[in-house]
Ligand binder design. Sequence first.
Ligand code: FNR
Length: 357
Amino acid sequence: MRTVAEFEAAARERLDPVHYDYFAGGAQDEITVAENESAFKKLRLLPRVLRGSDKRDLSVELLGTSSSMPILVAPTAFHRLAHADGELATARAAARAGTIMIVSMASTTAVEDIAAAAREVTPDPGLWFQLYLQPDLEFTEAIVRRAENAGVKAFVVTVDSPVLGRRERDDRNDFHDLPSGLVVENLRNLELENRSGGNASHVRDIVMSAALNWDHIAWLRSKTKLPVLIKGVLHAEDARLAVHHGVAGIVVSNHGGRQLDTVPATIDVLPEIAAAVGGAIPVLLDGGIRRGTDVVKALALGADAVGVGRPVVWGLAAGGREGVSRVLELLREDFDQALAMCGGRHPADLTPDQVRR
Ligand code: FNR
């Protein structure tokens, strides 16, 4: 398999159709799901000539974590629905690729186990942890401590989910709970379980809260020394506020079209957000990245790195760890080739004038 599209087709064949719909789908009419990809297809690249190099360096350093390429694993939930090895396979593949995996709080494997799997591959894996701040701040803090102790290097707070998006495929399929045997392992209350002598499991549901505000970000910053990013910024004013509130980085994201439908493609709002941030903090982007040329376009328009969500899930479903490795390597090769043809040696060489509408 040579393309993300081929991996998606293979994954679709293997997956329970209900689970395929969960991974592939988005909110309501899925206008934004489609737009994320089609917006990249509308952009044209303008290469520079006679200034490249045989020796290209794709590596980037993001908030103290180095990555072998500017293509990260975006946080996606429930990997054990895609493959029995679940997040362990994803973590090993990301570690082998030398890239950053943003572990979803909604993973079906505990963050400690994910970190241990990554450490089997490399002594110092680049793991970040995605958080949905829970209204019970004490419980949130316990999760923060667990993730820190497991060795994550940054927190990524998802801020585009004051309520859960309306996923109509899941409604139609009546898919609202994990099958028995699978739970959101990071939401286990270990203290309660210990107190019951391990006889009862105490796993909370993730609570989305519309009451979250900048004070909660300040609260989290007061509870951890690690960098705190926010994920799900689409408005330039919020990007400015993020800088003002001391956020370490932002992820321009519409949750892969799974939250508010009819928001713009992330690549279409990136230029105004990059302008608002003005280089003060790193800007990441996810949504619709399927090709090396998509990565080039995002970096040229101001992103420091991109995340891939569904492509990783398709690799996992199609072939476990090997599948995820293959997806990451094909994106790396595709990006390297496109970078070379654009006359770049390094991701930072790409400039906005190289993208045309
Ligand atoms: C997600 N995403 C997501 N984001 C997050 O912050 N926490 C999460 O638990 C999840 N879970 C999740 C599950 C599935 C199945 C998908 C497809 C996505 C959003 C994800 O981080 C990212 O924003 C998008 O997936 C990026 O778009 P692409 O690459 O899938 O087009």
